[in-house]
Write a protein that binds this ligand. Structure first.
Ligand code: ARG
Length: 256
C-alpha cells in the first residue's frame, strides 16, 4: 500500500519533469514575448488599414508597438469590432486594448486602464447644406448615427428627442449621413477632423461645438495589475525619451 503510493508520487513527478522538458517552459517563455493587442481598426488616424499597406497604421498602432518593444515583447494586433474588445479582454483572448478607448467609470468596473495617453472629445459632422444643426443642443428632433458601444452612443442616447442609429464603424455612420438616413454623426473629434481634412470627404462639414473632454487609455484585464504597471512604465519611458512626441508629430503634425 505504501509502495503503491510512493510509485504514484514518483510517476507524478516524472510526468511534470517530462512536461517541463518537452517545452512547457519554452512555450511560456515564447508567449511572454508576444503582447496580444486588440483594436477596432476602423478609426483613422488612430487605427486603420491603408490600401497597399500590410501592417495596421495609426497613432495607436505605432504607440503600442513602441510600448511592447519597451517591454521586451512584440505587439501582435488583432482587429476586433469595438463592442467586442472588452469581452475579448475578459475572455483572455487578448492582453491589452488600444483603440482610442475613453477612460470612464463604467469601463473601469470591467478593466484596468493605463495612464491617459491622448486627450480627446466629441464633435459632430453634418451635411454641408445643413442649416438646422449648429451645436449639440440643436440635435433635438433629429436623427443621429454613432458607432456602437462608444461614448458617443452613450451620450446621444441620453439626449431627449434624438433618434439614434448605432452602426458598426464610423465609416458606416458617415455613409448613412451622406445617404440622408441621418442628419448628423457624433464621433471623436480627431477622427472627425481626419475624415474632413485628410480624406476627400465631400458634401459634409464638421462643427466646432465640443460635447465632452475625454482621455484615451490602454485597457488591461482587472486581474493583471502587473501588466498595468509595466505598460505605465513603458509609456513614461516613451515620454521621457522623445519617442511619444515623434509618434504624435507623425500623426498630428504638432508637438504635444
Ligand atoms: N473614444 C470613444 C470610446 O471610447 C470611441 C472609440 C472608438 N474606437 C474605435 N477604434 N472605433 O467610446
Amino acid at each position: 500500500m505504501k509502495l503503491k503510493k510512493l510509485a504514484l508520487v514518483l510517476t507524478g513527478a516524472l510526468v511534470s519533469l517530462a512536461l517541463v522538458g518537452c517545452g512547457g517552459g519554452d512555450q511560456a517563455k515564447q508567449d511572454a514575448k508576444v503582447l496580444r493587442v486588440g483594436a477596432a481598426v476602423d478609426f483613422a488616424p488612430f487605427e486603420f488599414q491603408d490600401e497597399g499597406q500590410k501592417e495596421y497604421q495609426g497613432f495607436d498602432m505605432d504607440l503600442i508597438r513602441a510600448v511592447a518593444k519597451e517591454m521586451g515583447s512584440e505587439a501582435e494586433i488583432q482587429n476586433i469590432g469595438f463592442d467586442g474588445l472588452i469581452p475579448a479582454l475578459q475572455a483572455k483572448n487578448i492582453d491589452v486594448i488600444i483603440s482610442g478607448m475613453t477612460i470612464n467609470d463604467e469601463r473601469k468596473q470591467k478593466v484596468n486602464f493605463s495612464d491617459p495617453y491622448y486627450q480627446s472629445g466629441l464633435t459632430m459632422i453634418v451635411r454641408s447644406d445643413e442649416e438646422a444643426i449648429k451645436s449639440f443642443k440643436d440635435l433635438k428632433g433629429h436623427k443621429v448615427a454613432v458607432q456602437i458601444g462608444t461614448t458617443s452612443a452613450n451620450m446621444v442616447k441620453e439626449m431627449e428627442g434624438v433618434t439614434v442609429t448605432e452602426l458598426n464603424t464610423p465609416a458606416d455612420c458617415f455613409m448613412e449621413l451622406k445617404a440622408r438616413g441621418v442628419d448628423a454623426v457624433v464621433n471623436d473629434r480627431p477622427v472627425n477632423d481626419y475624415y474632413i481634412n485628410q480624406t476627400q470627404a465631400v458634401g459634409v462639414k464638421s462643427l466646432a461645438d465640443k460635447l465632452s473632454a475625454e482621455d484615451y487609455g490602454i485597457a488591461m484585464a482587472k486581474d493583471n495589475a502587473d501588466l498595468q504597471k509595466k505598460v505605465n512604465e513603458a509609456l513614461k519611458k516613451l515620454h521621457e525619451n522623445g519617442e511619444y512626441d515623434k509618434i504624435y508629430q507623425k500623426w498630428f503634425g504638432a508637438s504635444k
